[in-house]
Design a protein around this ligand. Structure first.
Ligand code: SF4
Length: 218
């Protein structure tokens, strides 16, 4: 079963694969952490903590992939080609800079929207203050706590090749309004996005005003 794996390298026909079990919002139980380590060791794999708050098991052989997934008994991070594939949450509840304990909101967003299919790959960042340690401004959607403890939402950030600065969509909102806004942004993306198109490129194509107008009319 190579479906939930990535080809990591192919040197003279010697292929090795990487897999990433889903770790909800970067929180993992000690038992699951030990299990991942033991299974990686059993199959000669290595571990890598990646930038998406997940752990990858690397250097696996193709013939071991099915057994590894079976023994892990965990869902994969990526289940569809185009989906909401990551929600990163900063450590706001444990941080002295925080203006609001936003981990709970991040978990609500994760549980409500993680994995939904979209026109392109998308990420959300949730930050407890404007420092945005998890780079919310370069995510497709950023949910950030302002200096006054209220939330604001950014849209259309793109990192990597052809980066794009996010637009501020709405400010001075509360948790419930933030959840509703995230839902509406994702609906808008599904309605107008072309296959493979990033949300930021959709906004560049149709204009931020159109998105604002549609959201405000709800
Ligand atoms: S974004 Fe702000 S609240 Fe969150 S970890 Fe960074 S400094 Fe702390």
């Amino acid at each position: 079963m190579t479906k939930y794996s990535r080809l990591q390298k192919d040197i003279n026909g010697k292929k090795r694969y990487t897999i990433s079990p889903y770790i909800e919002a970067g929180f993992i139980t000690p038992d699951n952490l030990i299990k991942i380590g033991e299974i990686a060791k059993k199959y000669g794999g290595g571990l890598r903590i990646n930038s998406t708050q997940n752990i990858s098991i690397i250097n696996l052989k193709e013939e071991d992939l099915e057994s590894v997934w079976k023994e892990l008994d965990m869902k994969p991070v990526i289940r569809h080609k185009y989906a909401l594939k990551n929600i990163e949450i900063c450590s706001s509840n444990f941080c002295r800079m925080s203006k609001y304990p936003s981990i709970g909101l991040g978990m609500k967003i994760t549980r409500q929207f993680y994995g939904i299919e979209l026109p392109g790959k998308a990420k959300i960042g949730v930050s407890g203050c404007k420092n945005s340690c998890i780079s919310a401004y370069s995510k497709d959607i950023g949910v950030v706590v302002d200096g006054n403890g209220k939330l604001f939402i950014t849209v259309g950030g793109i990192a990597g090749l052809n980066p794009r600065s996010a637009n501020i969509l709405v400010e001075n909102i509360n948790e419930d309004e933030a959840l509703e806004t995230v839902k509406n942004i994702l609906s808008y993306y599904n309605k107008y996005g072309k296959s493979g198109e990033k949300l930021g490129n959709l906004i560049a194509r149709l204009g931020i005003e159109k998105l604002k107008k549609e959201l405000l009319s709800k």
